[in-house]
Design a protein around this ligand. Structure first.
Ligand SMILES: Cc1cc2nc3c(=O)[nH]c(=O)nc-3n(C[C@H](O)[C@H](O)[C@H](O)COP(=O)(O)O)c2cc1C
Length: 362
């Protein structure tokens, strides 16, 4: 059973937290990985399929992808060989019944379910989800209690919640006091208020008191907000106790290997590792592009690799740019210096991608 205690974890991140990022984080030291927020109603349109070729469990929307007629819509993919008991599925919801019904669809294939009660972005707070749930504590408690009793306990899987600080300390403590009575196993605190931006320093003034409330109720506690390295995680444990965990978002968006004890890999090595995972799982090229554009530095418009990525659109092109046209130290080398092994990787990936494109067309 997944245990959140004292873990160093990848945060839920829409668009970023897809399979290649999660596997890269796990490979380089993350203990647990959160998937991106997925809305209950979207999950309810999905059917589960085991992908024999990739050895993944896929959740495909039966409503299909409206933008590309005839294509199935991959909503969530997990690779049990690396993610079993390590992936936390984050759900966006504002309705206990929908949350329970949706959670039942994925529960067997994930380590735990987490409810997003902290994200202030429009995609999350519309219809009362995300940080909006902080203003409706009765509803949030109902969602968590029902998930614990109707999905968590019968399947022996933990349920958790991710919140932000409320503007007033006493309100935050009162909310935490209620949440820990719902039967949840973990509470993650993003140490900023709903109004604060990620560039602002987190507020950790009364983290101790929140930690104590969790401890008294046998709920583990993870700190989020400007945690960027293994050293930050170790520092938080030194300060607040060895049972606290730490969650990383922005630093992992830039470099998912930031969990590594000896520091992150250089961006070019991380990008090569990322592309290899993207290739292995025939990852959606638009998302590969989105993630690479955050990992590869722009360098004031001087980085040719960055430029090539912004112009590319297919899986083969990203493999070509990162694995063939970029040296092991991040310089543009074009085709001429490509070694035979990388050329072979490129050829094979083109074949695989062609096969997978045929496969997902219905
Ligand atoms: C690109 C991006 C996407 C995010 N998506 C989610 C999400 O789906 N669910 C959620 O609870 N928080 C989401 N967040 C918030 C992070 O999980 C985290 O709470 C926040 O970025 C603070 O951590 P940091 O200081 O390490 O960035 C997102 C943040 C970023 C940067």
């Amino acid at each position: 059973m997944l245990d959140y205690r004292a873990k160093f974890v990848l945060a839920p991140m829409v668009r970023i937290g897809e399979l290649p990022t999660r596997l890269l984080a796990l490979k380089f030291g993350a203990d647990l990985v959160w998937g991106p927020e997925i809305i209950d109603k979207k999950l309810l349109t999905c059917e589960r399929k085991y992908n024999d070729q990739l050895k993944t469990v896929d959740f495909l929307s039966k409503t299909g992808n409206k933008k590309v007629p005839g294509m199935t819509d991959l909503v969530f993919r997990t690779f049990p060989e690396m993610e079993k008991d390590k992936v936390v599925f984050q759900m966006g919801t504002a309705n206990a019944q929908l949350a329970v019904d949706a959670a039942k669809i994925v529960i067997e294939d994930v380590g735990a379910i987490d409810i997003n009660a902290g994200c202030p972005k429009h995609f999350s707070i519309h219809s009362g989800m995300g940080a909006a749930l902080l203003s409706t504590p009765d509803l949030l408690c109902e969602i968590l209690t029902r998930l614990v009793n109707e999905v968590g306990k019968p399947n022996e899987k933990p349920i958790s919640v991710k919140i932000r600080l409320l503007p007033k300390k006493e309100d935050t403590l009162a909310l935490v006091g209620r949440l820990v009575k719902t039967g949840i196993s973990n509470l993650t605190l993003h140490c900023r208020t709903r109004e604060m931006r990620n560039r602002e320093d987190p507020i950790r003034d009364y983290v101790d008191e929140i930690h104590q409330i969790c401890k008294d109720n046998n709920v583990t506690f993870i700190i989020n907000g400007k945690v960027e390295s293994y050293q930050d995680y170790a520092g938080l444990q030194e300060q607040y106790g060895e049972d606290v965990g730490a969650m990383v978002a922005s630093a992992a968006e830039k470099n998912p290997t930031c969990f590594n004890k000896d520091g992150p890999l250089p961006w070019y090595t991380a990008a090569k590792e990322f592309v290899r995972f993207a290739q292995q799982f025939t990852h959606h090229p638009a998302n590969t592009k989105y993630c690479l554009a955050r990992m590869v530095p722009n360098d004031h418009n001087k980085n040719k690799i960055y430029h090539l990525i912004t112009k590319a659109s297919t899986g083969e092109q990203f493999i070509d740019i990162i694995l063939t046209k970029m040296s092991d130290t991040g310089e543009y080398i074009g085709d001429s210096n490509a070694n035979p092994v990388e050329k072979e990787v490129k050829r094979k990936s083109a074949e695989d991608n062609e096969a997978s494109t045929k496969r997902i067309k219905v």
